[in-house]
Design a protein around this ligand. Structure first.
Ligand SMILES: [Zn+2]
Length: 86
C-alpha cells in the first residue's frame, strides 16, 4: 500500500537524474535554468555531442538525440526517395 503511494508520487514528479538515458542522450549531473525557469540538463549524445536539453522534452520523449538521429533519418529518407525515382 505504502509502496504504491510512493510509486505514484514518483510518477507525478518525474525528474531527470544523472545517468538517465533518453534514446541516444545520457543525462549528466549538470543542469542550468533557462530564461523560462526550465531546467536545461546537460546531456551527452552517443555521437559524442554535448547538449543542453530541456528536461521536460527528455521526459516526454521529444528529445532523443542531439539532432543526429533526425539528421540520419532525413538522410535515409533522401536515399530512399532517390532509389524510388530510379
Ligand atoms: Zn548525436
Amino acid at each position: 500500500m505504502f509502496d504504491q503511494m510512493v510509486n505514484q508520487l514518483a510518477k507525478e514528479c518525474k525528474t531527470v537524474s544523472a545517468g538517465d538515458v533518453f534514446g541516444r542522450l545520457t543525462a549528466t549531473e549538470t543542469y542550468v535554468l533557462n530564461g523560462y525557469h526550465q531546467r536545461m540538463r546537460q546531456c551527452v549524445c552517443s555521437c559524442g555531442t554535448v547538449r543542453n536539453v530541456r528536461e521536460f522534452t527528455l521526459l516526454s520523449g521529444e528529445s532523443k538525440s542531439c539532432g543526429c538521429l533526425r539528421r540520419e533519418i532525413g538522410i535515409a529518407r533522401l536515399v530512399e526517395a532517390r532509389k524510388a525515382r530510379r
